[in-house]
Design a protein. Structure first.
Length: 332
């Protein structure tokens, strides 16, 4: 049995975490050997799969940016508040942080890693991406067609675009391929990775966002009373492109909240997402996680929740209009 690096799949922070662990393992788990790392499998997993019973973990698994599995693993590090563990064993780390890669970097620094400028910038940018701490200028650079020299932040988005295609098998393959190549100081300076042409993938992603924004423009509204952008996807005439989660606040920068509602394919349930305007978190006076939970209890089977600034829930489709009204009233 070899070691395995199991990280949040198809997620930029999961990618950055696996990259950092593979490259700087000596500062994180010094009992390992170079050969353990060279032969380690890379696996991308979704959080729900890490807590279920289907995936079998072993005591040679290194788990990053995911909830702690029920069984013993060799190394675990996570930064999500919902994945808190009170008693941490050897090689287990949990701490609230903007990003998991940034948390790993902090641990490595405590163990003697010297931070270079490139690593500092890597930490700063992975934190921005995972905690959605963008400025409007950074959104414009990274989510709209950008001409000119890309910043390090945009370069990380370009890498992320490679595993954000609509083909999930291709995404997994690219994700793993990039992490099995020779790794330089950070992904930004890893030559083999750039030979895979991230810019091409990113250009396609920008076109997908553009198409989606054109469709959504037809029905995205601003509710002045609730100071909320309303995106009721039941009103969509087409299903085109890829959703740009920051479009609402770019179109209505005066907003305090964003609200989206989408009927699931089964028709029976409807997914609701609520967020605060990341440019004005101070305007967010409502605990969104609690509002989502209350909505789920009132109009669904209770599955919902989140954080003070962002959350989601699932409700019965027949209650969708009532739930929409309830949320807008609560935000007001
Ligand atoms: Mn993360």
């Amino acid at each position: 049995m070899t070691y395995r690096i199991i990280t949040h799949g198809n997620c930029p922070d999961g990618f950055a975490s696996a990259f950092f662990f593979k490259r700087y393992w000596k500062f994180l788990a010094p009992t390992l050997k170079q050969n353990d790392i060279d032969t380690a499998q890379i696996i991308g997993l979704q959080p729900r799969d890490a807590q279920g019973d289907e995936f079998e973990f072993t005591d040679k698994d290194i788990i990053l940016d995911l909830p702690k599995p029920k069984t013993d693993v060799f190394f675990w590090c996570d930064h999500h508040s919902s994945n808190r563990v009170d008693e941490l064993g050897k090689n287990h780390h949990w701490h609230i942080a903007p990003g998991n890669a940034g948390l790993l970097i902090d641990i490595a620094v405590k163990n003697g890693l010297k931070l270079t400028d490139e690593l500092k910038l890597f930490k700063k940018n992975t934190d921005i991406m995972d905690a959605a701490e963008y400025s409007p200028e950074q959104i414009t650079e990274c989510f709209y067609n950008h001409k000119g020299k890309p910043s390090a932040l945009l370069k990380l988005h370009m890498i992320g675009s490679m595993f954000h295609t609509r083909d999930t098998i291709l995404n997994d393959e690219i994700f793993r391929t990039m992490l099995m190549q020779e790794l330089a100081e950070t992904p930004i300076s890893s030559e083999p990775l750039w030979q895979l042409n991230p810019a091409m993938f990113h250009n396609a992603r920008m076109k997908s966002y553009e198409e989606w924004r054109e469709v959504v423009d037809e029905y995205m509204e601003y509710d002045e009373n609730a100071k909320c952008v309303v995106q009721d996807d039941r009103l969509a005439e087409f299903n085109r492109g890829v959703a740009d989660r920051f479009y609402g606040i770019m179109k209505f920068p005066q907003s305090s909240y964003t609200f989206s509602l989408r009927e699931r394919k089964d028709g029976k349930t409807t997914r609701i997402g609520i967020g605060s305007n990341i440019f004005h978190k101070e305007k967010c006076k409502v605990d969104i996680g609690k509002l989502c939970k209350a909505t789920a209890d009132k109009f669904g089977d209770g599955s919902g929740g989140g954080h003070p600034y962002v959350g989601g829930c699932t409700i019965d489709s027949k209650n969708a209009n009532k739930a929409k009204e309830f949320i807008l009233k609560s935000l007001k």
